[in-house]
Write a protein that binds this ligand. Sequence first.
Ligand code: F6R
Length: 240
Amino acid sequence: AEVVIVPDAAAAGVLVAEEIVSLIRANPDAVLGLATGSTPLPVYEALRSRLGGVDVSRVRGFALDEYVGIDPSHPESYRSVIAREVVEPLGLDPQRIRVPNGSLDGIEHAGDDYERAIVAAGGIDLQLLGIGTDGHIGFNEPGSSFASHTRVKTLTEQTREDNARFFDSVEDVPQHCITQGLGTILRARHLVLLAFGEGKAEAVAAAVEGPLTASLPGSAIQLHPHTTVVVDEAAASRLA
Ligand code: F6R
């Protein structure tokens, strides 16, 4: 992977936002892979002031993941987060932005439906990724197959604790999720993994330089020919 060390998250946001703007200018039908959580927020923030005069009417987007069994109208469902942080502020067409369907009704075919939709859109051009402290990308927790497709997974206790800040308590964090698989992610044409802060340093080093292992799902990025890792000094601190 190409590793870019930036002074702070805001600088990373600008760098990646500019890459996304060039992509959309070159291809108004661009397909974006959208991440949630805290990490990509500076990218979405930087995009707000940079998309003026850019035709985004045909841009498509696919979120990485969603909680299972959360009401879609819950403010922390990834459907709500993507609407609030991405679709509305950037003026994207909500019909063209998809989030995996985490409703229990139809959950058994939601993963296959999502895979088909990504293929029908022509695949993802640029996939934004964060990384969990346990090394997950998407919600592919340790033990995920490198060939996996979009499917239901169980969140680790670590991830539920890490995400408790978005809920009233850790008990309110859903136990399950539906996530693009590592195989799905690896089919995107360009992976852009972002990480900020000391807490991510170990996961970043393991993903970028460690052995390829399902125990550290982020290491799957080493299989991809076009990966850009954008980190601040703290998140880069364990890299050799
Ligand atoms: C979010 C996702 C996760 C997060 C990861 C880091 O869609 O797929 O892999 O990127 O849990 O979360 P933050 O950015 O909140 O530290």
